[in-house]
Write a protein that binds this ligand. Structure first.
Ligand SMILES: NC(=O)c1ccc[n+]([C@@H]2O[C@H](COP(=O)([O-])OP(=O)(O)OC[C@H]3O[C@@H](n4cnc5c(N)ncnc54)[C@H](OP(=O)(O)O)[C@@H]3O)[C@@H](O)[C@H]2O)c1
Length: 177
């Protein structure tokens, strides 16, 4: 996910207006559309919490589009939520069983979109192989934390680090099992 330097993925009310910053880092890379396209192509399916899904539906309703293309998108929820496209499926219940028994046999690259509650669950349950953490140059003081609450430490290995012209720093970690 993308977070503020102080570790928040959204304000308390869920807004992400702070993602647009005006910083410039002269030595940074440019995010090329071809790179983004190839990267998105490498993802086989998405998993997200219901509050992240509701945010995505809100973006779509504002005409900002659906960010997940035609890839299967699994939404975790115990509620009845609107289903706006065929590629969306809902799931409720044991996350480890769902990921290990239903998703892993079918999909190679499973991208957990978030939010904080689901990313914490994935780490707590040992389901995450990698953590991709992009920091935008802003502090917002309070909000929804990237990882929610974790019961114990999670050791990581820094696998990749990239800084962009926008001032965003992208960190990719492998979870040490
Ligand atoms: N900055 C970024 O890159 C980024 C990325 C993603 C999201 N976000 C932001 O993060 C915010 C949402 O994060 P969040 O931590 O509040 O919520 P979330 O992780 O998106 O969703 C949590 C909800 O998903 C449902 N859920 C989770 N696990 C479940 C399971 N095993 N079975 C059934 N339901 C399950 C539960 O809701 P119900 O059962 O009540 O439906 C739970 O309250 C949004 O504002 C979004 O914009 C930001």
């Amino acid at each position: 996910m993308v977070a503020s330097l102080d570790g928040f993925i959204a304000r308390k009310d869920g807004s992400v207006d702070w993602l647009e910053t005006s910083d410039e880092f002269a030595g940074g890379a440019t995010l090329e559309p071809e790179f983004v396209e190839a990267f998105l192509k490498s993802i086989d399916c998405y998993v997200m919490g219901s509050r992240t899904y509701e945010t995505a539906l809100g973006f779509e309703a504002k005409g900002l589009g659906w960010a997940y293309g035609d890839k299967p998108t699994f939404v975790l929820t115990s509620r009845e939520l609107p289903r706006t496209r065929e590629t969306v499926a809902f799931h409720s219940g044991d996350l480890a069983q769902f990921v290990n028994e239903r998703l892993r046999p079918r999909f190679r690259s499973i991208w957990v979109v978030g939010g904080g509650a689901v990313s914490a669950d994935c780490l707590r349950l040992g389901l995450a192989d990698e953590v991709c953490y992009s920091i935008v140059p802003v502090l917002i003081g309070e909000g929804i934390a990237f990882f929610g609450t974790l019961a114990k430490d999670v050791a990581l290995h820094l696998a990749e680090l990239k800084a962009y012209k926008s001032g965003m720093v992208e960190l990719r970690y492998q979870v040490r099992k």
